[in-house]
Design a protein around this ligand. Structure first.
Ligand SMILES: [Mg+2]
Ligand SMILES: [Zn+2]
Length: 215
């Protein structure tokens, strides 16, 4: 038995591209990038950023949303990795600063319906988007919609090692609070500068499976 808990970011880590950025690019017009820039510079938290961006969306039919979701692809090695975690009884959590509506729909397209998901909430009701932030934390240093460090802290079992995988700014706050950090993209660059000793670069979930197998 492996004493491991595995937490993963969703967008850009499990999916090949950032779901929300793609969605906003298609439906919100150019102005969504203004809030995004402020968030990247750290002037506003993702909670405020997402609120501003989601206001820009037009009325939308359910069919259109489904069509969009079906265009999102995931890392080809993720399903095998997920099955492997299950076979080893390793706890798996998705922690995302994106929206549950997208995450649930994308994962269920691949037959995955039994995951612990901590993320912001999105509902499409009568053509309008309604958002909620059940996992925000007033003390979060990035004022995130979903504060990942708090979720890891709350779910952590002291006798187990926490392995985390991520790729972006929303993973910064949790990056120094886990036992092993798999990073790519912006997160990898950031962590190289913070002398994080438990840092491992990765490109797909196969790399993480190979690592866990040897534990
Ligand atoms: Mg990400
Ligand atoms: Zn946080």
């Amino acid at each position: 038995m492996k004493n491991i808990q595995f937490f993963s970011d969703f967008d850009g880590t499990i999916t090949k591209e950032d779901t929300l950025n793609k969605f906003l690019n298609i439906y919100a017009g150019e102005t969504w990038k203004e809030a995004e820039e402020k968030w990247i510079r750290g002037e506003i938290g993702s909670k405020e950023c997402l609120k501003e961006q989601m206001k820009l969306l037009p009325y939308m039919e359910q069919d259109e949303l489904e069509g969009f979701v079906s265009s999102i692809e995931i890392d080809e090695t993720f399903i095998d990795f997920y099955d492997y975690l299950k076979s080893e009884n390793i706890d798996f959590f998705v922690v995302s600063d994106g929206f549950d509506l997208f995450i649930n729909k994308i994962l269920s397209r691949y037959g995955i319906t039994d995951v612990n998901i901590y993320s912001n909430k999105l509902e499409l009701k009568d053509g309008k988007f309604i958002i909620n932030f059940p996992f925000s934390n007033e003390n979060c240093r990035r004022k995130s919609g979903t504060c990942k460090c708090k979720i890891v802290e709350q779910n952590r079992i002291v006798t187990k090692r926490v392995i985390y995988a991520g790729d972006g700014i929303s993973d910064f706050c949790v990056s120094d609070k886990v036992d092993v950090l798999f990073a790519k993209g912006t997160l990898l660059e950031y962590c190289k500068n913070t002398r994080n000793t438990n840092l491992i670069g990765f490109s797909s979930f196969k790399d993480i499976k190979d690592y866990i197998k040897n534990q």
